[in-house]
Design a protein around this ligand. Sequence first.
Ligand code: ATP
Ligand code: MG
Length: 645
Amino acid sequence: VKFKKLTIENFMAIGNAEIELSDRGLVLIEGVNNFESSADSNGAGKSTIADALSWVLFGETARGEDGDNVVNESEGKNCRVMVVVEDDGMTYEITRHRKHKAGKNALWVDQDSGTSKTALTKGTDKLTQAEVNKIIGCSVEVFNGAVYAGQEKMPDLPGMTDKNLKVLIEEASGATLLETAFVEANKRFQTAKNDANTASANLSSAATRLADAKQRVTDAETNRNEYEAQRAIKINGLATNGRALKKEIEDYTVTIQGLGDAVAIRKEIADVEMEIDGVNKEIAEERRLFNEAAALGKVSERHDISLIRLNRQLLAQKKTLIELDHQVGCPCSTCDRPFSAEDIDPAKKLAADGIATTEAEIETLQKTLDDANKAHTSAIDVVEAFQATMTDVSAASAKRASLQSQLDAIRTAEADLTNKKTRFASIVQQIKDARDAENPFVKEIAKQEVVVKTSEATLADCESAAKDATLAQAIAESVAKVFSPTGVRAFLLDEVTPFLNDQTAKYLGTLSDGHVSATWTTLIKNAKGELREKFSIEVENANGGKTFKSISGGEKRKVRVACALALQDLVARRATKPIELFIGDEIDDALDRAGQERLMNILEEKARERGSVFIISHADLKDWIRTTITVKRDGPCSTIEEKVS
Ligand SMILES: Nc1ncnc2c1ncn2[C@@H]1O[C@H](COP(=O)(O)OP(=O)(O)OP(=O)(O)O)[C@@H](O)[C@H]1O
Ligand SMILES: [Mg+2]
């Protein structure tokens, strides 16, 4: 960090001033007060310059002023201090206002990349202040302990508590950053650890998936082989059946041939049937004659029945006549008078006539019946005579039946043969089907082999991912270790202590001729050899007091200055945000002329090595310092003049 130009407007005693802060070498700030007759150089506004820097950066002055008190009394407003800061190739403008017409009481920060300006000002001064602290990488404590030795705030490092000194040393050395880095590194380590765990879980599940897929291939291969074995058994069985059936068919064909020629048999049957057909006409004639005879028989029967009826009728008529004779002398059923022979005669005559008629009818019918019987008998004779002339077809029929049964046997056998042939064809088809049938496990094997391939690829990926993750974890762990309190921080503090001691010894050696020594401690080893933090500065005078308290006021001043300068060296050479600026406000106070000379030699060397050292003093130091800033107070507002001798 480089503090470049400081611009002061209506800040405390100073009305308007611009001071270059960087690479100035050793600069003396002296004062002339013409405004107040009582003073010579007191109250000129020297300390105000340093306070302006402190105020613009942190909002308070080394003397503890803040609020409206910093606004120049006579102006009463428009107080503004601006400092240009350079860091990492970036320029920042930090501006603090008080009662300012444009800026009110606000803190502004602008970033200037050289090509563009960005306002970094936040919603509140507090947030903007955090931004400022980030840019300069320096807290007000470090600023007051190592950069600005205030007139009334001489940094008292040897008198500090362990805790305050720790904060100061850690920040001055850049170790504070490591804490943040440690938190971050730890976070990253945890993430890397989780990632590594995930990667390892992924790896083992990928391995399981691969093993499963391989097992499925093996299973499918077993199934495929089993399927092929079953297929062979099936085809074998079918082939055996097929061969047997083929033999049967061959044998059967021979057998059928032995059964005769179906065509010839059919022809024979046709011939026999033709013969039988001729006889059929005779049979029809026989039937016709037979029917005629039967019809005549029926006629005789009818006459016979009629004759029987007439004979019964005759018997009844004769009985009636006899009963009429018996009625003579019997009373009439209506008049009760007994019948006489004369009464009965008409009825007797009627009955006798009836009998005569019936007897005549019987005689006629008997004649008719006799004729019918004769006709019937002669018809039967005709039938029998015809039958005697008929052709005998029983032999032909028997032959036909025999031929038919022979043909039926052939037909049945042929049907059997066809059936066998169908069965044989079916077996052939079954064999073909069995041969052609796709082994379903072949597809399954191919499918699972693809899964194996992808699983292998995934496993390889997982392996390399797990390897990477493990490595990343190891690295992250190492990094966390590096940033841990026992890591680089301990190392840094281990380095810091000798450095501080060397620098302090150098300064103190020059200032006190080596009588007084101050020893910084940061880490001490306990009995177990473990590092323990202890921040202190042990002071002693070889010729006198053995504690800081016991040494003289001038000696104390020298120790304070030496420690502050040593701490400034630390801030100036730290890796991040080094600050190459030291402002000492009357740090030469209480030093004799020899002491002043020694101090100036030190500061001269420091300024040469470390950019800018501003010394505010009443003493005549021009022998040692060539650049002078004179603060003049001729009126209510002080002005400055710069001079190089
Ligand atoms: N707000 C203000 N407006 C104007 N002047 C102020 C204001 N606050 C303080 N002063 C005066 O500014 C003057 C300069 O003070 P400063 O501390 O800078 O003097 P100095 O040059 O460091 O003197 P010394 O040598 O005594 O330390 C003092 O007289 C002080 O009273
Ligand atoms: Mg002063």
